[in-house]
Design a protein around this ligand. Sequence first.
Ligand SMILES: Nc1ncnc2c1ncn2[C@@H]1O[C@H](COP(=O)(O)OP(=O)(O)OP(=O)(O)O)[C@@H](O)[C@H]1O
Ligand SMILES: [Mg+2]
Length: 157
Amino acid sequence: MKGDNYMYIKFDAKSINESVARMTVAAFMMHMNPTLDEIQDVKTAVSEAVTNAIIHGYPETDLVNSKEGECSEKNEIEMICAQEDETLKITIIDKGVGIENVEEARKPFFTSKPDEERSGMGFAFMETFMDVLDVESRVGKGTKVTMIKYIERKDEQ
Ligand SMILES: Nc1ncnc2c1ncn2[C@@H]1O[C@H](COP(=O)(O)OP(=O)(O)OP(=O)(O)O)[C@@H](O)[C@H]1O
Ligand SMILES: [Mg+2]
């Protein structure tokens, strides 16, 4: 798929928006003629990154249990989807608490919330399902997760 395309969305850090992000990215990549597996991989990776931003980035508004309207204006998540030819790049940004040790956080089974039935596999899934995963974070400033997937062109095979 030649050409380029871009989309930017910003949404409240509420758990209901995890599915919004997942469906939006699926719609964005559709014209790249992906396989069902590729769509599923990207949706899963986005879901993990957005869930992390909601739950870990903004812990005091862990929104599974919070009431409507409790979310302050600042608790927002940005998602940028950019396509350039066969490359799909997705960036998910929160301005939350940040990660102290990114290397440790990325390790499989590492979780800072073992008591909340978290398995510590989010970053491991992002790494497996995408071709590139980059995590930048600053304590007190927030976290930026960049993921790339190469969607091979099927229309000329
Ligand atoms: N956006 C973020 N802001 C702050 N901390 C984060 C963020 N994303 C991840 N982390 C930290 O990195 C750790 C590892 O994340 P990962 O997604 O791999 O596991 P998890 O979220 O704890 O468990 P699971 O994803 O399996 O439910 C988290 O426990 C958390 O401490
Ligand atoms: Mg996670």
